[in-house]
Design a protein around this ligand. Structure first.
Ligand code: IMP
Ligand code: MG
Length: 173
């Protein structure tokens, strides 16, 4: 596989500061809980929460799909559920990338039933080409039309999560 940088680490950090300002403005003085979707969002989450000028509660979830293809069946479940209550709190789900929209729409639906004040979606990458479920990403870092990307938390076969920038992965000629 060949990898080519498409978003530099510096560009990511600059964008995260803007997103942090926007979220802080929107939720100042309100009860907020941010939810990191493991594993892909862990690096983005760590930087995003440190760019906030407020102190949200924080929690983590991890989802898995039944079967091989990631989330292709649309049958998603928790392999790690939240530990904190979201009742009467505003929730921001923090994802690495929204692709087909299946996993985030499942997660929003499940959390919606737990009585939050609101649920917003924050994703570093909003990738449009393969969207199947109309999902609105409220806070999007970067919009991509297509491509398979790695780095900054995103993996291919559990590798490349440690890269500071985002790279497009393509098969060798
Ligand atoms: P969904 O298709 O919107 O349900 O996205 C599910 C998951 O697929 C994301 O959270 C990522 O973990 C993974 N994914 C989708 N596109 C990419 C990509 O370009 N690189 C790495 N992982 C991806
Ligand atoms: Mg993911």
């Amino acid at each position: 596989m060949k990898k080519k940088e498409i978003i530099s680490g510096e560009a990511i950090q600059k964008r995260i500061r803007e997103m942090g300002n926007e979220i802080s403005r929107d939720f100042q003085g309100k009860p907020l809980i941010t939810v990191c979707v493991l594993k892909g969002a862990f690096i983005f989450y760590a930087d995003l929460i440190r760019s906030l000028s407020m102190d949200p509660e924080m929690d983590f979830v991890r989802m898995s799909s039944y079967g091989q293809q990631t989330f292709s069946s649309g049958k998603v479940h928790f392999s790690k559920d939240m530990e904190l209550s979201i009742k009467d709190k505003h929730v921001i789900i923090v994802e690495d990338i929204v692709d087909t929209g299946k996993s985030i729409s499942y997660l929003s639906r499940v959390l919606e039933a737990r009585g939050p004040l609101s649920i917003k979606i924050c994703a570093l990458i909003d990738k449009h080409e393969r969207r199947e479920i109309p999902v609105k990403v409220d806070y999007a870092g970067f919009v991509l039309q297509k491509g398979f990307i790695v780095g900054y938390g995103l993996d291919y076969a559990e590798k490349y999560r440690n890269l500071s920038g985002i790279y497009e992965l393509t098969p060798e000629e």
